[in-house]
Design a protein around this ligand. Structure first.
Ligand SMILES: *[C@@H]1O[C@H](CO)[C@@H](O)[C@H](O)[C@H]1NC(C)=O
Ligand SMILES: *[C@@H]1O[C@H](CO)[C@@H](O)[C@H](O)[C@H]1NC(C)=O
Ligand SMILES: *[C@@H]1O[C@H](CO)[C@@H](O)[C@H](O)[C@H]1NC(C)=O
Ligand SMILES: *[C@@H]1O[C@H](CO)[C@@H](O)[C@H](O)[C@H]1NC(C)=O
Ligand SMILES: *[C@@H]1O[C@H](CO)[C@@H](O)[C@H](O)[C@H]1NC(C)=O
Length: 945
């Protein structure tokens, strides 16, 4: 943790700008010199951190030293943040003084300038304060620096092999068959793959990666296959090489050459020899525990292997990193090893615990064994370790003790189960380590949303942005990295795009990160807190998660809150938060009070100037936010999802110049935004934008112009003043939006028709997904056909009785149509034809060329879906929906039949729900149904009765 924290701090220290401290203080205190000295010292210390972090596990004195160092680092981060915030404040005030042409009422100006005169004096004091703090921290660091000599740490720069480096276990091909449980299917598949005649690619050599987290049994499975009799007789040569880190080509090549290996360390010679030893032979090579994903290293080895081996040769690779399989371009044959069932874990456990004992004991401890095994969460290594731990325990008390202890408190678990995880952990960069450890704030088995998590990392300054456009480590990259290294699992993916939207952590991994952050991250249940909580909340705690706090004010009577950087509640229903508590939380970065019953927040929240992330979502009785929130210049995320009683946002929101993400979805009473939001030039995410045309004082759609929105945007148009010239001012086409939703207020009498408004809303040409709700018009917007990336389209409501000619959209993959009461008939116009005969005069056409999924819902008056008569002819020159695989019709009670062309598509799933007439017509077994099955035998029909 210290390593990660300090690396991030150093990055910040080198990018400081000093112009701000020039002036008043220059002659009194030399901030620049102090910061530079601090940086130099910290650099030297960083060199020994790796050693120190490893030794702290066993050496208490080292741990204390490290804690002191971390403390200083955290304080320095806070000082730098204060400094930055102050610069920001100056910017805001400067802007106010110079006057914002965009709408500053005179009254406000006056107030601000008074503020400014007053501010000048306090500013000098503040700066002096900052300078003094830096000087103090500098002295403290020097002490720590001196003290380090006592411990004789190994410095990284010296290149000495770390004596404490966790042992990478050397694996061998030997396997004790009696210890294998489960994995029957994996074994069968693997052996089939090894023995199959020719590889799928038609090449001689096949690479099979086995990927999974540490302790999952990859090596064991490989050993099983390697020692299988059929495998033994099939291959002329079998070699087992334990690769580990670093990837040493020479060592590996020598291992393959076996007895013929030359003594030379000349790569070329060694490779030649390796080639000769396998020349023309069918070989099986196991590369166990590969870590490198450097294609250069791999290529050197791969080329001679591919050239020399005979047809049918195989390379088995075990690894924890998906990147390795990617690098080898072998993901096609990959075996992904997940957890075992509890039954299998129990077998392993019993085997280890009771194999030398009489059956009586296994009966006595049978039930408790089952409970203990649940802690393993499918990880065979954990079952094995716990099993061996119980081997000579004979008293019930001893068994109960293990059952009731936290898994990491058991020393053997720490040593053995965490061992493989430590290896993965040490392989991460400092930033990614920080990000991983931060996940300790979530309760076990919690479903973590990708975007939330990335925002949280940003709030702690671990990563600098979400997307890959800015330089530096980005949240997306870190997330994908942790996924690829098996730290996350149980993914939910976006149905359309396939990107991972949420994940969980394996329990053992969660235990592991909690173990590593033991003093810094704390999850506290209400019951634990009512007793002696000041003891529980140690002075090192930085991230506090509270659970099960019931109705009533949130008050923690502890003096150790000053250092908190995260405060979050889960499964709680607090009604207020004590203002004295708030005042203590001076260092807080993230405040998550989502899901409580808070009506009002104390004004004191404005004092928490480091706050970057506030989550007040799902507080259904929250009525307003204190104005003081507008002084949190560093605030970057404000989440207010489903605050259904919230009527307005604070008037001065425009001052939050760092605000990047604002979430206000499902705030039913929020009808408009303050004008100032138009000045938030950093704003990237705005999940729903309220544009009230009736209220000139409020945010108008044209005010979107200055925002740097990216990703997705939803616009809610209210009132009759939304005319097209106002809409055009938004210049939406300049914003890199991928998803756009336009929501018309249902009863509106705007001066422009809704199609005129839509025309003015022309989006960026890269738009991928579009949703329009309650549009009232039969002509489609004039930019529709120029959206060459449009893949997802949803149309909801509206009074139009004809559908747009959507078949002309060449790139459309998913089309959803819902609640269009006006529609009685879907004619050929929908496909993009003018009438039944128009296609005759044209050249061959493909209608809906890329459409895969088509969904009609709640079209209550829809009776007829017209087919294309001429289309059935042999020489027809049109093709309709050649990619369609799913069609859903739900809640269309009057629709009589589906057109014939539907059944000529490669349709696989047809869902008919709550649509009586269709259900009757296509009943299984009747004539119509038989006809369909004959045309398209692959079709699967799903109905609701
Ligand atoms: C806080 O403000 C500083 C100064 O502008 C900035 O560098 C930093 O990124 C801000 N933090 C966040 C989370 O936006
Ligand atoms: C059995 O328990 C004793 C202490 O009671 C311990 O020293 C010994 O190492 C244990 N043996 C095994 C195999 O765990
Ligand atoms: C905030 O807490 C709620 C549960 O109370 C959780 O669902 C949400 O993911 C948390 N948000 C963040 C950003 O941590
Ligand atoms: C529509 O316009 C009329 C007259 O301009 C106005 O009286 C009425 O309130 C408006 N209706 C709505 C729903 O805005
Ligand atoms: C839809 O538009 C027509 C004219 O184009 C108008 O008469 C009708 O009132 C509109 N309906 C709604 C609900 O706005």
């Amino acid at each position: 943790m210290a390593d990660a924290l300090i690396s991030v701090l150093l990055e910040r220290l080198v990018s400081i700008t000093y112009e701000y401290v020039e002036g008043e203080l220059k002659h009194v205190l030399n901030v620049k010199e102090d910061v530079e000295k601090f940086t130099r010292t910290l650099r030297v210390i960083r060199a020994v951190l790796e050693d120190a972090e490893r030794r702290q596990v066993t050496d208490q004195a080292v741990k204390i030293w490290l804690d002191e160092l971390k403390d200083i680092s955290y304080q320095m981060v806070d000082v730098l943040d204060e400094w930055n915030t102050d610069i920001l404040k100056q910017q805001v005030e400067k802007r106010e003084r110079e006057g914002d042409p965009n709408a500053l009422v005179t009254k406000k100006k006056v107030r601000f300038s008074r503020c400014f005169c007053f501010g000048k004096v306090s500013r000098v004091i503040l700066r002096r304060d900052i300078a003094l703090k830096i000087k103090y921290l500098n002295d403290k660091l020097t002490e720590v620096y001196e003290e380090r000599k006592k411990y004789q740490f190994q410095s990284k720069e010296l290149g000495i092999q770390q004596p404490q480096q966790p042992q990478r276990p050397q694996t061998a091909s030997f396997v004790d068959i009696s210890e294998i449980f489960g994995r029957e299917n994996e074994k069968k598949d693997l052996i089939t793959n090894l023995l199959s005649d020719s590889s799928a690619e038609g090449k001689g050599l096949l690479i099979i990666p086995i990927v999974g987290m540490g302790g999952m049994g990859k090596t064991t499975l490989t050993q099983l296959a390697y020692n299988d009799d059929r495998v033994k007789s099939h291959f002329e040569i079998r070699k087992w090489v334990c690769v580990s880190d670093p990837f040493d080509e020479i060592k590996i090549a020598k291992a393959i050459s076996g007895d013929y290996a030359p003594s030379s360390n000349e790569l070329d010679e060694v490779l030649q020899c390796m080639s000769r030893s396998i020349q023309g032979k069918r070989f099986l090579l196991v590369l166990d525990d590969v870590w490198t994903d450097d294609p250069k290293k791999w290529k050197q080895l791969k080329v001679p292997l591919f050239q020399s081996g005979a047809e049918g040769s195989r390379i088995l690779v075990t690894t924890r990193k998906l990147e390795v399989a990617n690098m080898m371009r072998a993901t096609r044959n990959m075996i992904n090893l997940g957890g075992l069932s509890d039954e299998y874990c129990l077998s392993i456990f019993n085997h280890m615990a009771f194999s030398d004992r009489d059956g009586h004991e296994s009966k006595v401890f049978g039930d408790i064994s089952k409970e203990i095994v649940k802690k393993c969460k499918g990880l065979p290594l954990a079952a094995k370790t716990l099993g061996s731990l119980m081997q000579n325990k004979t008293k019930m008390g001893e068994w109960k003790e293990v059952l009731n202890s936290k898994i990491w408190d058991l020393e053997t678990v720490e040593q053995e189960v965490f061992q493989p995880l430590f290896l993965s952990y040490y392989d991460l960069s400092p930033t990614i380590k920080c990000c991983l450890l931060y996940c300790a704030i979530f309760p076990k088995d919690y479903e973590i949303e990708r975007d939330d998590l990335i925002n949280l990392w940003m709030a702690q300054d671990y990563v600098i942005s979400k997307k890959s456009e800015e330089k530096g480590t980005t949240g997306d990259a870190v997330f994908d990295n942790l996924v690829a290294r098996s730290f996350f699992q149980d993914f939910e993916k976006n149905r359309n795009t396939g990107t991972i939207t949420s994940c969980k952590m394996h329990d053992i991994v969660h235990d592991f990160v909690q173990f590593l952050t033991k003093n810094e991250c704390l999850i506290m249940d209400h019951t634990e807190c009512t007793t002696s909580e000041s003891k529980l909340l140690g002075d090192k705690v930085r991230h506090l998660t509270l659970r099960y706090f019931l109705d009533g004010p949130l008050a923690i009577s502890s003096n150790n809150c000053q250092k908190l950087r995260t405060l979050a509640t889960f499964d709680s229903r607090i009604t207020t938060i004590d203002s004295n508590l708030i005042l203590q939380l001076k260092c807080l970065r993230t405040l998550n009070l989502s899901g409580n019953s808070i009506k009002e927040l104390p004004e004191e929240i404005g004092e928490l100037k480091h706050l970057r992330h506030i989550d007040l979502s799902f507080n259904c009785i929250l009525e307003k936010l204190p104005d003081t929130i507008c002084g949190l210049y560093n605030l970057s995320t404000l989440r207010l999802v489903w605050c259904s009683e919230l009527k307005k946002l604070p008037e001065n929101m425009g001052n939050l110049i760092n605000l990047k993400h604002l979430y206000v979805l499902l705030c039913g009473r929020l009808a408009s935004f303050p004008k100032g939001i138009g000045r938030l030039t950093s704003l990237q995410t705005l999940d729903l934008c309220h544009c009230d045309g009736n209220n000139n004082e409020a945010f108008q759609i044209g005010d979107l112009r200055k925002l740097n929105l990216e990703g997705s945007l939803a616009i809610h148009l209210v009132g009759d003043a939304t005319d097209k010239s106002e809409v055009e001012k938004a210049q939406l086409w300049d914003k890199k939006l991928f998803h756009l939703t336009v929501y018309f207020e249902r009863q509106t009498n705007s001066s422009s028709s809704s199609v005129e408004i839509l025309n003015a809303l022309r989006p960026h040409p890269d738009l991928e997904s579009l949703k329009i709700l309650y549009h009232n018009g039969t002509t489609w917007p004039n930019w529709m056909q120029s959206l060459h990336n449009l893949r997802f389209l949803t149309l909801v409501g509206g009074t139009q009785c004809e559908l747009w000619p959507l078949g002309k959209l060449e790139y459309l993959e998913t089309l959803t149509l819902r609640s269009m009461d006006g529609v009685r008939k879907v004619g050929v116009e929908f496909l993009g034809l003018e009438d039944q005969t128009s296609f005759r005069i044209r050249s061959p056409q493909i209608l809906f060329p890329k459409l895969k999924r088509l969904w009609f819902g709640l079209m209550l008056n829809w009776e007829e879906w017209e087919g294309v008569e001429e289309w059935t002819k042999e020489d027809s020159e049109i093709t309709i929906m050649p990619c369609l695989s799913q069609l859903t019709i739900t809640g269309c009670p009057l629709l009589k039949a589906l057109p014939d062309f539907v059944f000529k598509t490669p349709l696989q799933t047809l869902r008919i729900l709550r649509s009586e007439r269709l259900l009757e017509r296509y009943q299984e077994g009747n004539g119509e149904w038989a006809k369909i099955s004959a045309t398209n035998p692959n079709i699967r029909i799903i109905r609701d009765r």
